[in-house]
Write a protein that binds this ligand. Structure first.
Ligand code: OXD
Ligand code: MN
Length: 588
């Protein structure tokens, strides 16, 4: 591999070659490097970042090939107010997105890209979202001037030679242009042009803003493409739940950012669950398509985890800790006396250096940034499912919609049917977290956990979801879950983590028509004793409260939902309004 100026063609795809040359002429990098994704290339990039200080080495005896990256302190989370969907018709982006006219948006960001890569190397990063030989997968090319982005993309996607070969065979790819720019939030924009299958992101090196395969491609652009082509691109984990009989059921779950998708996707069964096993297919994104058999089949377009570090511990997620002892990148975590990664909630250890590189002092706030992250290949996960590479994906038996709500929303509710389930997804609300800039803990509407990621008008998106109900009778059953109910003292009522398998067991039973349930105005909840509480330290009274439905609270919830739907105007499908009315009437 050479890091020197490269004028020879990097690809036989003329459109790609031309785009790279145009970007280079405009952004004026010192060098161009076409990434092949090899181990040798990765090593050279790491050495380069160790030299520049972009990477610091962790204790290589205990954490071989683990590195720390400290980002600019103003660049630590997704910036939703600087993220735009630029469609020709403003209405197509919907009230759920910030919109800018495509011509204005190009003009604005192109001016910022002018000369932006001077003194830097331009990396051409071909990647494939999804198994390299799956017909459900899609390719893209990210041009970036950040070596940190390159090494992360190598873990998060199928990056390099094989992706470029697929692009050369197929001819199509998403264009993602990224530069760190000057990292000034005033000159930071994440622009999406779904009609052009193009992304332009400048001024941020943060994962969700800069690893363009993830949120920008696999959710915002892919959701648009999925609507056009009849599939779904969703903010969902995918997990296999194996019962003692050896049957595996796949569950997909949409939860807002930093609400425990990674923990759920690799949960460790409670001790009393002998013979049960969990298989992890993905922790953040699912692309789902109807199979010829009428079932919904899902692939994980990603190849790694970009997980939230704080709170990850032996108790909450021992599988995550186990995979983080080698070949992992840590961003904005703290460091302990043994030069190992540290974050709040991890162990009884003490931090020595905080996420900004300062000697740790409690008065400066948490040692690790609340949105500090780890990046690691999914193959390092102890519960890695070999079905992750299956070109067909896995058949989904149940879909979970889960928010973080201190009250109102029961532990689990089953939808009456698909349309009702879509309404439940559209009614999702959750308390905000540190994954995006802004206030934390404020309840906001986050339908299908896609508020920051749906690349088009939510009304059209709900119509697209509903359309599946007409196409198949073998769709997954839909459930709302809430692990985050609190009691009057403010304590969590449900232990969560591994014990969530108790809820999954009921969910799976219900997918076969077993499992006792009681019908309420908002759907089916578990009957008394239907949740397995063997060896669980939660009283019957608490379980009853967790599965109860408060008429007053739900009447208020349905009124607020009606106001919310109204704000989306006449693109809200009539069938969704019907479901809202049906529930509101049942609550009367
Ligand atoms: C993520 C997010 O990083 O949702 O997955 O913010
Ligand atoms: Mn996410």
């Amino acid at each position: 591999m050479s890091m020197s100026p490269n004028t020879s063609p990097g690809t036989s795809n003329a459109a790609l070659q031309q785009w790279v040359e145009e970007v280079a002429a405009h952004a004026q990098p010192d060098n161009i490097h076409w990434c092949d994704g090899s181990e040798v290339e990765n090593r050279q990039l790491i050495e380069k970042m160790l030299d520049s200080g972009d990477f610091l080495e962790f204790n290589q005896d205990t954490h071989p090939n683990c590195y720390l990256h400290r980002s600019d302190p103003t660049d630590v989370a997704r910036t939703e107010h600087l993220t735009f969907v630029c469609t020709r018709n403003e209405d197509d982006a919907g009230p759920n997105n910030n919109w800018m006219d495509p011509a204005d948006a190009h003009k604005k960001v192109d001016a910022l890209f002018d000369g932006a890569m001077k003194g830097r190397t331009l990396y051409v990063v071909p990647y494939c979202m999804g198994p390299i030989d799956s017909p459900l997968s899609r390719c893209g090319v990210e041009i970036t001037d950040s070596p940190y982005v390159v090494v992360n993309m190598r873990l998060m996607t199928r990056m390099g030679k094989s992706a470029l070969e697929r692009i050369e065979r197929e001819g199509s790819f998403v264009r993602g242009l990224h530069s760190l720019g000057d990292l000034d939030p005033k000159r930071r924009f994440i622009m999406h042009f779904p009609e052009e299958l193009t992304i332009k992101s400048i001024g941020s090196g943060y994962g969700g803003n800069a690893l363009l395969g993830k949120k920008c491609h696999a959710l915002r652009l892919a959701s648009w493409q999925a609507r056009d082509e009849g599939w779904l691109a969703e903010h969902m984990l995918i997990m296999g739940v194996e019962n003692p009989e050896g049957e595996i059921f796949y569950v997909a779950g949409a939860f807002p950012s930093a609400c425990g998708k990674t923990n759920l996707a690799m949960l460790i069964p409670p001790a009393s669950y002998k013979g049960w096993r969990i298989w992890t297919v993905g922790d953040d994104i699912a692309w789902m398509r109807l199979g010829d058999d009428g079932r919904l089949w899902a692939i994980n377009p990603e190849a790694g985890f970009f997980g939230v570090a704080p709170g990850t511990s032996r108790k909450t997620n021992a599988n995550a800790l186990a995979m983080l002892h080698h070949d992992a990148i840590f961003t904005n975590v703290a460091v302990n006396a043994d030069n190992q990664p540290f974050w709040e909630g991890m162990a009884d250890d003490v931090p020595v250096t905080d996420w900004r590189g300062r000697p740790y002092e409690a008065s400066n706030g948490p040692a690790a940034h609340p949105n500090s992250r780890f990046t690691v290949s999914i193959k390092q996960c102890p519960t890695y499912s070999d079905q992750t590479e299956a070109p067909t994906g896995v058949p989904i038996s149940a879909i979970l919609f889960g928010g973080r709500r201190a009250g109102t929303v029961p532990l689990v509710v089953e939808a009456r049917d698909w349309a009702h389930g879509v309404m439940m997804g559209a009614a999702m609300t959750s308390e905000t977290t540190a994954a995006a800039t802004g206030e934390v803990g404020v309840v906001r509407r986050d339908p299908m956990a896609m508020k920051p990621f749906c690349g088009y008008h939510y009304g059209d998106y709900w119509a697209h979801w509903l359309s599946f109900g007409d196409k198949s009778h073998k769709l997954p059953k839909i459930f709302t879950v809430n692990w985050f109910r609190r009691d009057a003292a403010g304590d969590f009522m449900w232990p969560g983590f591994g014990d969530n398998l108790r809820v999954l067991q009921w969910v799976i039973e219900r997918t076969h028509g077993n499992g006792d349930a009681v019908e309420t105005p908002i759907g089916f909840v578990p009957a008394n004793d239907a949740i397995n509480t063997t060896d669980l330290d939660v009283s019957e009274q608490t379980i009853a409260e967790l599965t109860s439905v408060s008429g007053d609270e739900w009447r208020a919830e349905m009124r607020s939902l009606a106001e919310y739907f109204e704000s989306y105007g006449d693109r809200v499908p009539a069938a969704l309004w019907n479901e809202q009315r049906r529930t509101a009437d049942a609550l009367k």
